[in-house]
Design a protein around this ligand. Sequence first.
Ligand SMILES: C[S@@+](CC[C@H](N)C(=O)[O-])C[C@H]1O[C@@H](n2cnc3c(N)ncnc32)[C@H](O)[C@@H]1O
Length: 333
Amino acid sequence: MPKAVSLFSGCGGSDAGVIAAGFDVVMANDIIAYARDAYLANLPKTDYVLGDVAKIEDSAFPSAELLVGCYPCQGFSQGGAREADRRINTLYLEFARALRAIQPKAFIAENVSGLRRSTYKHLLDDQIVQFSSAGEHGYDVVWQELKAHEYGVPQERKRLVIVGIRRDLGVRYGFPAPTHGPSADQPYLTIGKALEGLPEWPEGEYCDDPFHWYYLSRNRRRGADEISKTIVSHMRHMPLHPVSPSLKRIHTDKWEFEEDKPARRFSYREAARLQGFTGKYLKHGGDFVFPEACTHASGQEGNLLRYRYKVIGNAVPPPLFEAVAKALPDVWD
Ligand SMILES: C[S@@+](CC[C@H](N)C(=O)[O-])C[C@H]1O[C@@H](n2cnc3c(N)ncnc32)[C@H](O)[C@@H]1O
């Protein structure tokens, strides 16, 4: 089995996909303690290093054939602050450092598609420069925006995926063709299908904060026969479950419920299904396991509901990453 090192690993969405594609993830890293706990509850074989990636010495990276990393995206994402120069937007330099230290045969990086827009294009360009010239041989780097729902994820989620193959191997990478949708063999996976068997009102598992004006400034609901809106990491912004009444637009940025019936957001467990965490990707073969406690490295207790939503919303859908990793050329012997 070829080995992989993962950075910015969160609760393991990208890594579950890489494992399903046939890799052994020998090291993972993240700064959030609950992400580590959730990862290990579902993917227990990996050595998970908790802490700032910048503190990992070059010599501490194990050798591996593949490096994967989904550096954070707060600075680029629709919901986050748009300060292109925040430190968080330069964490790709840590990924480049690991690339130089490990010199794997291939790498996969992922980020939000907003990186293509003019304000941030210089950061994407610099990533390509850094990765192309990393190590003794450098890498042939290609990137593409992929839509998660075209790879069997029941959710609209556009992501920019960057793949590099070490130049001395003399092969090129081609992105996988969609497997779901009108031009593919299988139909899109719907919310209803993905949530089969789950209760309609899972008390205690969803955020029941009031729907404030910002939440109701756009349509947050899709029907059970549609694909979900993007699953986000902030629990208050989570889309509505289809059990909720429809929303109608009454002003430019103002929507209201059509009926006076109870409404609710997706639960964190439903969010995991809508991110594509299914039995196939998890050691138990069932649903994603959420650990019962949330303890920071300092020993301080965290807000469990908030962290459950956060790590799931941050995740890369496993089916998307599996498709990307499976399309890597066979250069492992
Ligand atoms: C987009 S998420 C990655 C999700 C993950 N790949 C998955 O599929 O579940 C980015 C991650 O980077 C982590 N992160 C941010 N700053 C970090 C740092 N300085 N060192 C290590 N991890 C960091 C965040 O905690 C977050 O989990």
